[in-house]
Design a protein around this ligand. Structure first.
Ligand code: NCD
Length: 364
């Protein structure tokens, strides 16, 4: 252990409140590493900002206005794990605001293969960019990188966590909340809703990050549907108990609880985290899939979500049902990430002003 390892361990074992204090500045997001940084105020703000940006971008004039917000900024997308949606949506989000992007996706082309430490790699990226978006297989890497730049560097550029190990994926949780709020906009939003999370809840970072966000909504009820081997981690259950958020566990079949749900969030098996190759394949998941035969069991206003990639946990035939919202959810990722970046760089106020001026203008 070098001195940085020791110092980081101390930080890593400190309270969430202590971490939030480092990752936020003056009650404003600086880095986004943990979904616990997202409170109701910021989630509602991202919601309104996203809606405004979508509408602004519909005209060429509006599109150019957005592109002219941050043309003087550069971002590095450092994706050390496979990614299609998160990578492309972050890249597109940067471009929507005029930010130029570079990416490192093939680690065999990074100096890490020459033995450079991840700490030095991140400091190097910060020399060339105003923003780093990162995805890494090691759980704490985004946290460590943000800690390092905030405490040991004179270029503390913001870091956005695009998925870390199997612990957190805060921007996915943010876009999931946006999708849920939008889907329930005529039903007073997410408050009071029952949400099923189904699949590999133990190792799914999307469901973990989304679960943390439930504290921001009133009278939410969660149903964790998974075989015992894939059930939600004790740390999250403790968190729910602490915040008095209702939950129940269903270990037998998705069908048993489908009629209760307002939203059903399906996930795939995260077998890349298997301790022994192929061990997940031994677990019978036939009762944890959604097929067209199940659709009559789902409420009329029900919403079906999936962070993707999907395997066979949702039959493709389900896609035709209007309650299947996962393709919209995927696209929402780009808009919410653009709103997040606008907020991080403080251009959100001017975007909202522009939106109001345009809405007031009789010629538009
Ligand atoms: C998820 C991820 O990478 O955690 N994908 C995504 O970002 N939308 C989900 C997954 O890989 O199962």
């Amino acid at each position: 252990m070098n001195i940085l390892d020791q110092e980081f361990q101390q930080f890593h074992h400190s309270s969430t409140a202590n971490k939030i204090e480092l990752f936020n500045r003056d009650n404003h997001l600086f880095d986004l590493i943990l979904s616990q940084q997202l409170d109701r105020k910021v989630l509602d703000h991202i919601y309104h900002l996203t809606c405004a940006m979508r509408k602004i971008s519909k005209s060429k004039k509006g599109h150019l206005f957005l592109q002219n917000r941050l043309p003087h900024k550069r971002a590095i997308l450092y994706f050390a794990q496979p990614s299609s949606r998160t990578f492309l949506s972050f890249e597109s989000a940067c471009h929507l605001l005029g930010i130029k992007t570079s990416d490192i996706r093939d680690l065999s082309l990074s100096s890490e293969v020459k033995g450079e430490s991840s700490d030095d790699t991140i400091r190097t990226f910060s020399s060339y960019a105003h923003l780093i978006v990162m995805r890494h297989p090691v759980g704490n890497m985004a946290e460590r990188s943000a800690w390092l730049l905030n405490t040991h560097s004179n270029r503390p550029v913001p870091i956005l966590n695009g998925g870390s190990g199997h612990d957190q994926h805060p921007t996915q949780a943010m876009l999931d909340i946006y999708t849920l709020q939008r889907s329930f906009s005529s039903l007073e939003g997410l408050d009071g809703k029952t949400i099923i999370m189904c699949g590999d809840l133990k190792r799914g970072r999307t469901v973990r990050s989304l679960t943390y966000l439930m504290k921001n909504y009133n009278n939410i009820s969660l149903i964790f549907v998974a075989p015992p081997q894939f059930q939600m981690g004790e740390d999250l259950l403790e968190y729910l108990n602490l915040h008095q958020i209702q939950y129940s566990i269903e270990s037998e079949s998705l069908k048993n609880v489908l009629p209760q749900a307002d939203a059903i969030y399906m996930t795939r098996v995260q077998d890349e985290h298997d301790q022994q190759k192929g061990e997940s394949a031994q677990i019978d998941l036939s009762n944890f899939k959604l097929s067209v035969d199940d659709l009559p069991l789902i409420k009329e206003h029900g919403v079906i979500l999936h962070p993707f990639p999907r395997r066979d946990e949702i039959d493709v035939e389900v896609d035709r049902d209007p309650r299947a919202k996962y393709w919209r959810q995927e696209r929402n990722g780009m808009w919410t990430r653009a709103a997040l970046i606008a907020h991080i760089f403080g251009v959100d106020g001017e975007i909202l002003n522009y939106f109001e001026e345009q809405s007031d203008s009789p010629t538009d």
